[in-house]
Design a protein around this ligand. Structure first.
Ligand code: AHR
Length: 326
């Protein structure tokens, strides 16, 4: 960080001198002249879903475009790998550490190590449940509870005239913030109405294969399912395969609501196989670069930056698909 701040100071001085000499301001960059001097260590969850792939590309492209060095580490879905990666970033004395925590709990020790080493940490996509929020500078990502509530609002409207609604839930990775919060969000809206019964809820680990396997089991033990609530598109796409294999029509015989809005999910939605998708944007790279620049230069940043998101109906998905980037 000192190195980055030092270069930033020299850059600022050069810009000031250019200004005195009547030259244009074209020579400096937004990081204060840092160029490729900013080094960021980033620990990614893994490659479990279409969303995750799009998120990785967004982050890698944004750092490449800015001319900064990104030390990228794939945790393959394991918290211990993320802890190892963070310790390695500390050893390498990177300017900033960013990561998307696989699960919410168990981060205090390693975050204290980063703090003691004077390396600012930025949480991206997912948060940690630490009571000490001085252990990180900022958390950039979605409001997962709001996403679950949006799904719940659609369910409440869609089944407004029904007497009884049998729901199965495909949960994300156990202990992950989006799994905990999307479960909570749905229940915040429909939880008090006895006509909604969540008869089965199990993790499909945010993967298509997991969603398919769990849905096959759900279909065997629950003959009258009205709705699948999948915590992401990939698990919903797996559920579609299981429903079709069982001789039923997804989106008609069994309604499906998912979260993410990646291209494959949006395609299934436009084909009527999914009924609603709650958007969760993976395009966090450019904002992460801005935050990294600021914290490396010792500037204040907002503690919580919430990503703006919407929902997609079948018609809206058809309209949005031609321009969908991911
Ligand atoms: O943390 C974001 C979630 O993680 C996405 O909704 C899911 O697809 C991914 O695996």
């Amino acid at each position: 960080m000192k190195k980055f701040m030092g270069v930033a100071a020299v850059g600022a001085l050069l810009i000031a001198l250019a200004g005195c000499a009547g030259g244009s301001a074209g020579g400096g960059d937004e990081a204060g002249g840092g160029g490729d001097e900013l080094v960021v260590g980033f620990s990614q969850v893994g490659a479990e879903s279409g969303w995750r792939t799009a998120n990785t590309i967004s982050i890698q492209d944004a750092f490449t475009d800015a001319g900064y060095e990104l030390k990228f580490s794939d945790a393959q879905g394991k918290q211990e790998n993320q802890i190892k990666a963070i310790r390695s970033f500390i050893q390498q004395q990177v300017d900033v550490i960013a990561f998307s925590p696989v699960v919410e709990s168990g981060w205090d020790t390693v975050l204290k190590e980063a703090k003691d080493a004077g390396i600012p940490v930025v949480l991206t996509d997912r948060s940690v449940d630490s009571e000490d929020d001085s252990l990180y500078e900022s958390f950039l990502g979605s409001d997962f509870i709001a996403e679950g509530e949006k799904a719940g609002e659609w369910v409440a409207t869609e089944f407004a005239d029904a007497d009884k609604v049998t729901i199965v839930e495909l949960q994300g990775t156990t202990g992950a913030a989006p799994a905990n919060d999307r479960a909570e969000g749905l229940r915040n809206v429909i939880g008090d109405d006895a006509k909604f019964e969540i008869v089965a809820s199990q993790t499909g680990d945010f993967t298509r294969a997991g969603g398919k396997q769990v849905m096959e089991a759900f279909l065997k033990s629950n003959p009258d399912i009205d709705l699948v609530y999948a915590h992401n598109d990939d698990m919903g796409l797996g559920a579609i395969e299981a429903i079709e294999a069982a001789g039923m029509t997804p989106g008609t015989d069994i309604k499906i609501v998912t979260v993410d809005a990646v291209k494959d999910g949006m395609t299934a939605l436009s084909e009527g196989k999914i009924n609603l998708i709650v958007e969760c944007s993976p395009l966090l790279g450019p904002q992460l670069v801005e935050i990294a620049e600021k914290v490396a230069a010792g500037e204040e940043v907002e503690k919580r930056i919430v990503t703006e998101e919407t929902t997609f109906t079948q018609e809206e998905a058809t309209a949005a698909l031609p321009d969908r980037q991911y």
